[in-house]
Design a protein around this ligand. Structure first.
Ligand SMILES: Cc1cc2nc3c(=O)[nH]c(=O)nc-3n(C[C@H](O)[C@H](O)[C@H](O)COP(=O)(O)OP(=O)(O)OC[C@H]3O[C@@H](n4cnc5c(N)ncnc54)[C@H](O)[C@@H]3O)c2cc1C
Length: 405
């Protein structure tokens, strides 16, 4: 069998993969984009897109289509602490930092992911759905291609100097290269769609009740996604009865339960866990991993899609230079990892700090009381979560311990 040859092969056509394929094609590279699913395909997700995500969507040429698909504007988050303290965090619309837009968006992944795939199809990208990548072609210290199979078991071998793993959790690219590892944070998410909750006033809602938290996002007129995140060990014994566990557990969240009066669940409960895992950097040349294929922590701060798109931008930038320069060695791809550290390192520290806060009842209450007295700090935090305020602005001791300006 003779292998087809491309400049780049992208494994997985979720947000990370579709974005990488679009950007590489715009640079003039020949790209093969493979996904095991047929689009539209479901994806378990809270379906929130941070305000800064709009910048990348615009660059990809799909922001208008996302708006037209009925994306719901979200102007911030109402956060309820374990003792019932309620914060209304809105994205900053004045001051030193401004988002690409002054609001986040919520949109069903069924539509969102399809819009991105359609964008790739509109360019000279060879998109092959229902093609599962089963193995990588590796020669000494280089990844040189993939072996995929379609639904009839027909094998496709394709070669390219650059392979991008954008195949989400359980990434075959990460697994084949021995990069996937367990994480100490072990949680499970349960998610459904609900109706009958009335008005959200342009805000998502977060209920922190250690060891659990729940998020309500209005994703369409009258419909919200409801996700509950619990310790993995609490849910695991209920395997096979997770729906029962989910609705019983919701009742235990004191400040969420009254909000859910009148709720109708309009979809089966989906579950996923353990959520967090680590992925090491590849030791081979010719390969990058992006989006969830490069690791996942926790959905509390809702940046997964932004991170997927941003890492695609960074991978396309480094990948393009490497392809043009004729050197796709590990060293030539190193700028991607440096750029990724610069883009996500500080946000990762904020995210881990927040995990420590939401895991402890007393600390979550303490921080909520403090943020209530410091709207400037809350607004900055919202900007950081919205991906447009640099996290360093928040980590400054002067700001945390000092007086508001
Ligand atoms: C409970 C929960 C809630 C979340 N809520 C939010 C939220 O509100 N906002 C947010 O921004 N993020 C959220 N996230 C994170 C977000 O869903 C992910 O970060 C995002 O989907 C990552 O995009 P991706 O393109 O990397 O991966 P994916 O979207 O998972 O896409 C990967 C693609 O690869 C394909 N694939 C997999 N294996 C193969 C293979 N072997 N061959 C070919 N194709 C393959 C899959 O079919 C899929 O289409 C949440 C995550 C969880 C678990």
């Amino acid at each position: 069998m003779s292998a087809r040859v491309y400049d780049a092969i992208v494994v997985g056509a979720g947000p990370a993969g579709s974005a990488a394929a679009v950007l590489l094609a715009e640079h003039g590279h020949s790209v093969l984009l493979l996904d095991k699913a047929a689009f539209p395909r479901p994806k378990l997700c809270g379906e929130y897109l941070s305000p800064e995500t709009a910048r990348i969507l615009d660059r990809l040429g799909v922001l208008k289509a996302v708006d037209q698909a009925g994306a719901v504007p979200i102007r911030g988050m109402q956060i309820t602490a374990p003792d019932g303290t309620r914060l209304e965090g809105r994205y900053p619309t004045a001051g030193a930092y401004r988002g690409y837009r002054d609001h986040a968006l919520a949109i069903r992944r069924l539509s969102f992911d399809q819009i991105l795939v359609e964008r790739a199809k509109a360019l000279p990208v060879e998109v092959r759905e229902r093609h599962r990548v089963e193995d990588l072609l590796v020669e000494t210290d280089r990844v040189v291609g993939v072996r995929a199979a379609d639904v009839h078991g027909r094998v496709l071998e394709a070669r390219a100097p650059l392979v991008i793993g954008a195949d989400g959790r359980q990434s075959v690219v990460a697994r084949r290269l021995g990069l996937l590892g367990a994480h100490a944070l072990r949680r499970m998410a349960l998610l459904t769609y609900v109706e009958g909750l009335g008005d959200f006033e342009d805000l998502g809602e977060i209920y922190v009740d250690p060891p659990d938290y729940a998020i309500l996002n209005p994703v369409a007129a009258g419909v919200a996604s409801l996700s509950l995140v619990v310790p993995f060990g609490h849910a695991a014994p209920f395997a096979g009865r997770l729906e029962t566990f989910f609705f019983a557990r919701l009742k235990q969240l004191d400040h969420l339960a009254p909000r859910l009066a009148g709720m109708r669940s309009v979809a089966p409960v989906a579950a996923l866990g353990p959520l967090a895992y680590r992925v090491e950097r590849p030791r081979h040349g010719g390969v990058l991993v992006i989006g969830d294929a490069a690791g996942f922590f926790d959905p509390f701060t809702g940046e997964g899609i932004y991170a997927a798109l941003r890492s695609a931008e960074l991978a396309a930038a480094t990948g393009h230079l490497a392809l043009v320069g004729g050197d796709v060695s590990r060293a030539a791809l190193e700028p991607f990892w440096r750029a990724r550290d610069a883009a996500f390192g500080d946000k990762g520290r904020v995210t881990r700090l927040l995990q420590a806060v939401i895991g402890r009842r007393w600390l979550a209450n303490f921080v909520a009381h403090r943020l209530r007295r410091r709207p400037d700090l809350l607004s900055l935090l919202m900007g950081v979560l919205g991906d447009f305020v640099p996290p360093r602005a928040l980590l400054s001791p002067r700001l945390i311990f000092g007086v508001p300006r």
